[in-house]
Ligand binder design. Sequence first.
Ligand code: FAD
Ligand code: NAP
Length: 887
Amino acid sequence: MEYPITQDAGLEARDDRLVTDSARTDRPTPDVDVVVVGAGIAGLYLAYRLSRAGHRLRVFEAGDDLGGTWYWNRYPGARVDVPSIDYMYSFDPNWQRDWQWSEKYATQPEILRYLNHIADKHDLRRHITFSTRVRQAGWDDGASLWRVRTDGGDDVSARFVVMATGCLSMPKQAEVDGLESFTGEVYFTSRWPHDPVDFTRKRVAVIGTGSSGVQSIPVIAEEAREVVVFQRTPTFSIPARNGQVSPERLALFAANEADYRSAARMSPGGIPMERSITPTFSVSEAERQQRYERAWGIGELFEAINVYADVLSNPAANHEFAEFFRNKIRAIVDDPQTASDLCPTDYPVATKRPCLDTNYYATYNLPHVRLVNVRKHPIRQITETGIDTAHEAFTFDAIVFATGFDAVTGAITAVDITGRDDAALKDKWADGPQTYLGLTTAGFPNLFLITGPGSPSVLSNMAVSIEQHVDWVLDCLGHLRAHGFAAIEPTAMAEAGWTQHVNDCADITLFPAANSWYMGANVPGKPRVFLPYPAGVDFYRATCDEVVARDYLGFKLSGPEGSMCNDGLVRRLQPDVEMILIQMAAMNLPTLDSMPVDEARAFYAQMSTTRPPGPDVGEIVDGVLPGATGDLAYRLYRPPTPGPHAIVVFFHGGGWVVGDAVSDDPLCRDLCVRSDAIVISADYRHAPEHRFPAAVDDAMAAVRWVADNAEALGGMPGRLAVCGWSAGGNLAAVVSRLTRDAGGPHIVGQVLLTPPTDGDLTRASYVENADGYGLTTALAQWCYDHYIDPADRRDPRFAPLCAGDLSGLPPAIVVTAEFDPLRDEGKAYAAALDAASVPVEHVRARGHTHQSLTMVDVALSGAPVRARIANALRGFFLPTRTPETAA
Ligand code: FAD
Ligand code: NAP
């Protein structure tokens, strides 16, 4: 999905004038400033902050008491899965005077006691109306306020509404036929009774093996006569190893709590932890196994997922980690069939929420506990006495549903929320939620979502994410008040950009590969969209802060005195490209143009040694071919499939100054495997020793030699394409024209990846992207100056864009990158080819830089672009494009 913005548009159109809006000066005063919906951790913190900031507020809570999740989910074994000292409010530095956690992972009753303690200590109950569900909230545009209605008959007007309704508070329907006929007891983990439930001597069914099932099954099994677990999808679970808080964490905490909390806020998951930057396969097998064992032994979910940087992005890395878990399951569970059924195999580890357990797998070794694999033996129906599968009729005294939630959006869309022009939020989100920062949504002014879709929420320690959202909302309300604004709303552009960014982040992970509740896949009919923001609490917080620092970028603020809007996109780079740029900037490396040429070459070669190697190919052959004036090195990459193959002659990047036949090795491997063609990376002489047109002469010589020797090289004669990146892209374009004029060799297609095509430094992209995106305008100029005299720069052997006649050139794919100084000349060349009736596919790589598309296995977001290149190559090589048929 692309947001409706072209890369060239002025993305930060700014209007910070206050425009008088006299129509809004006689607005009615609302009953309260803020209505808060929900009294869980978020609602309570909102009550605390809003009341202290002097806002008039009402909190409505559907439950009979406070606590949210911890009020409703009272099932046996319910606990936190992040350590309690992390899963708590951080606003009271003296909390230890009147509270202590009894263990590392507190139980539901203890957490509920804690929340009650906070409410009592800060006198928060007086703001809350319990047993009251908000049914409707409608924005009254004329009065610029919300009208909120509840099932208790309340009709309250408020300037702002904050949905603190929880990500996991709307239970999913049972979705099994016949439940009403069952005469035994029925329980939902998410709506557990307040009175004690006694399973002694009872036959109990548990449906569902997510976190709630995994926590409750071992405890139910301690009591019940018989337990049958109905499992649709097995889960990955690690032992919680509950007990005392780990000494390392305690030491960190005791040393300086403020620092500890601040580290949590700037961590990937909301718990103090360094983001792993080590790729799985960069260390030995023995070291990896050791690391996995540590993850298994430490009993902390976030630590476990953080073992290596690429667990959630590299399928092979994920597979190895998953296999480690599966081996653990096989080792614990005695019965091989049960063990096999408990092993997840159809989704990558951690793409569904992993669980923390106490004795979960070992429980299946108990003689009275049995697992039914619902995929093999589907539940047919619930009967009067139990559950029928296709193969067996079970009798039960009680059925426990641990079947989960309509997560993240369910509790929000359950309220009839209408915004401007009576538009319903439910309709707006029919194909998936759209928000700006997961906090707000366009068309619904003054509506805030706490941990809404598009924010880290359920992928993080929620206590930290809730505080961050509430703090942001409070700062925002303060800002509006201080500046005389009454309303705030995101712009359509900002929202579309954020939605795109969240999808971009998800697309470079393995998350979309699972049928998870993160994807909305657990609720029939729910759109499949990745709901939380996966780039981390740290990046997310920085983004929210940046939005504020840039005058509420992407928001429209309005009031009686006028309005202001600083429209634009807060994140425009692909997320992984941004991360790379941040890391590169932190390394503070010297720039090539600051070095003598020899040093620059050595530095460039050295940098190439630190990157991932790229995919395996069938064969690599290094050789020499006759250049225009002497031998030139080449490297041939042969696909693993049986030949003969089509051939791509590849010219490397490096500004005609640096690089060689192997400097684009990962890219060439990737091209070879994806296009199933032989790739021959041919070197050429470099400047300044060999200035223009030496490189062109060598490139021509290479193409002729490959064409003449195609068969001997394992290629198919006549199926020859050229490809190049950067300066190499320029050479590929030039060679395509020179071979046309020379009457051969016949080239079936040209791939031009971020090529210079006239070196015109006055183009807008040289100004817009002059610095900060890898290739700088200064470096481009350094390359041009080394390569060619200014007087020669309109020669079409340097500037293919200056060639008079482009007709009859081979079909082309031209890739330009949004944040590349060379972008506009690549774009101009694509347009010129098109104007000359040359078939051309112009790929605008959104959010990419000059280099990022070549960063195989580093900038994963470049993979779809390289797939398009390979696809184009396969098209070039179709028999209809060979010289015989072309003639
Ligand atoms: P909730 O606690 O869900 O509170 C929302 C409240 O809003 C509910 O009380 C609900 O009744 C009320 N409400 C909803 N709609 C309406 C309406 N229309 N009108 C009035 N009231 C309404 N997260 C972690 O980070 N770590 C954990 O270990 C962890 N464990 C969890 C265990 C379980 C069993 C579950 C279900 C979730 C867990 N979570 C955990 C996620 C957990 O939901 C959050 O950590 C956190 O409690 C959410 O707080 P909240 O205030 O945002 O929402
Ligand atoms: P869940 O993770 O969605 O698990 C629901 C389970 O029920 C899944 O195994 C699901 O199978 C199964 N299921 C759903 N409908 C079914 C049907 N019709 N027939 C058969 N099986 C069905 O829900 P949850 O366990 O309540 O946990 C939700 C989230 O709450 C967790 O992921 C976590 O974030 C949080 N939580 C945390 C803790 C904790 O440890 N602190 C405890 C509980 C919950 P499929 O996977 O095939 O859909």
